[in-house]
Write a protein that binds this ligand. Structure first.
Ligand code: HEC
Ligand SMILES: [Cu+2]
Length: 463
């Protein structure tokens, strides 16, 4: 009896040992994070168990366009602004490998808001060019978190583009959607004015005064317009991971033409429903979900609107699919009884052809007008009227310089399509205004040159 009992007890102890050992050193599967350039997201997580996720991020200092024709030296995580999205599951262990490339000029590090512990990894990852650092943490809390460089002067590193996000999916996962996009807003401070051409330097005083030259989605004027517009089909469920890198400006994030079905405000796990505009602080985020029902362009803006129309915070989600007039009617317009007929167009004076002016006009066009009116002047349906083959332009080409000088807002009909947008006054000199108008006339409307710099100067004074 005695021996039998002893044997049984020993085998129980052995079994317990095996169990407790497997708890002490769990063999986590190792997964290497797929890093995609924004606005793309890594795929949704289908795993039901924790893993060790290895993230290899490189710090890259790169010179590239902040606006067409305007360059800026960005400091980046992974070469993009914002930095590549990291996507893990609640309870995962994250191994972050940060490399500061040898050609970089400055020390950098990373502070992830998803980390529990002082500095979010900043101290562990602070490295000079030509070094690498490894830092491991456990993603305890689900949510959408900003990461950023926290090397002094922190405001400057962030203003140069050093931010991105890490999504920690809750254990139970996220519901399936048709499209996921990643967008971050940031404020930029350049010595030259908005869209001043050439390489621009960082303006520390503007940053301290919180007077940004640019407020941008995904690090460039036009990063989400034209050929870069986001896309979806009608009735597709769209989820957007939106964050603000800052360093300073809070976003009144809004999509013109959409109502958010759900907003996981502040990047947390609770949602508000039926939201028009959500406030996202610098160093914060939100997850928004909506389903476009009719085709057309939905416009992403910071609804603090001069940032959208004068500083670049504008993007497009181009929706394709069949019309649904019961949801979004066509509308009817007609003149009021007794209304005066439209004023007869002014007679255009004869303007000489100036050598080299067309090339100058094209350069101004590409740098200044193409972001909205598109590279060939084709416009964007419902948002930016076409300049190419524009009946509105052809009827009174001479007067178009006034629009460029002073801007235009309100109802406008171009080629039978109605627009009601804002064209900001363009900061151009008299030669450039004349050149761009003559370029639009000759190259896009089969016309002749219509205005001289002297006439532009007079128009400028007349207001
Ligand atoms: C930020 C976007 C934006 C930029 C940049 C811009 N426009 Fe416009 N433009 C608009 C909008 C919006 C309208 C329609 C305004 C309205 O609804 O009243 C417009 C209207 C016009 C019109 C009259 C309508 C037509 O299609 O013929 C002309 C001409 C024009 N713009 C020329 C220019 C030129 C030239 C430049 C560059 C020097 C320029 N725009 C830059 C947004 C822009
Ligand atoms: Cu940095």
């Amino acid at each position: 009896m005695k021996t039998q009992f002893k044997l049984a007890a020993a085998s129980v102890t052995a079994a317990l040992l095996v169990v407790s050992q497997s708890f002490a050193a769990p063999e986590l599967p190792v997964i290497t994070q797929e890093l995609l350039a924004p606005p793309l997201m890594p795929p949704q997580i289908t795993r039901k168990t924790p893993a060790k996720v290895v993230v290899n991020l490189t710090v890259e200092e790169v010179e590239r366009e902040i606006a067409p024709g305007t360059k800026y030296t960005f400091w980046t995580f992974g070469g993009t602004v914002p930095g590549k999205m990291i996507r893990v599951r609640e309870g995962d262990t994250v191994e972050l490998n940060l490399q500061n490339l040898p050609d970089n000029k400055l020390p950098h590090n990373i502070d992830l808001h998803a980390v529990t512990g002082p500095g979010g990894g900043a101290a562990q990852t602070l490295i000079a060019p030509g070094n690498e650092a490894r830092f491991t943490f456990k993603a305890l809390n689900p949510g959408l978190y900003v990461y950023h460089c926290a090397t002094a002067p922190v405001g400057m590193h962030v203003a140069n583009g050093m931010y991105g996000m890490i999504l920690v999916e809750p254990k139970e996962g996220m519901s399936k959607v048709d499209k996921e996009y990643y967008v971050m807003q940031g404020d930029f401070y350049t010595t030259g004015a908005y869209r001043a051409p050439g390489l621009q330097a960082f303006d520390q005083q503007k940053a301290i005064d919180e007077k940004p030259t640019y407020v941008l989605f995904n690090g460039a004027d036009g990063a989400l317009t034209g050929a870069n517009a986001l896309t979806a089909k009608t009735n597709e469920k769209v989820r957007m991971f939106f964050g603000v890198g800052g360093p300073n400006i809070t976003s009144s994030f809004h999509i013109i033409g959409a109502i958010f079905d759900k907003v996981y405000f502040e990047g947390g796990t609770k949602f508000q429903e039926q939201v028009q505009t959500t406030m996202v602080p610098a160093g914060g985020s939100a997850i928004v979900e909506f389903t476009p029902k009719v085709p057309g362009n939905l416009t992403l803006v910071d609804h603090s609107l001069t940032r959208a129309f004068n500083k670049g915070a504008i993007g497009l989600l181009s929706v394709s699919g069949p019309d649904n007039y019961s949801i979004y009617g066509k509308g009817i317009k007609k003149p009021l009884p007794g209304a005066k007929a439209a004023v007869a167009p002014a007679k255009a004076p004869v303007v000489p052809v100036v050598a080299g002016e067309q090339a100058r006009g094209k350069a101004v066009y590409d740098n200044t007008c193409a972001v909205c009116h598109q590279d060939k002047g084709q416009g964007v349906a419902g948002v930016f009227p076409p300049l190419a083959k524009s009946d509105y332009f052809k009827e009174r080409p001479y007067e178009m310089a006034n629009i460029v000088l002073h801007g235009r807002t309100g109802e406008i009909v171009v080629n039978g399509e109605h627009y009601n947008g804002v064209m900001p006054a363009q900061e151009l000199n008299d030669e450039d205004v004349a050149a761009v108008i003559n370029y639009v006339s000759v190259a896009m409307n089969d016309g002749k040159p219509v205005v001289t710099p002297t006439q532009v100067a007079e128009m400028r004074k007349a207001r």
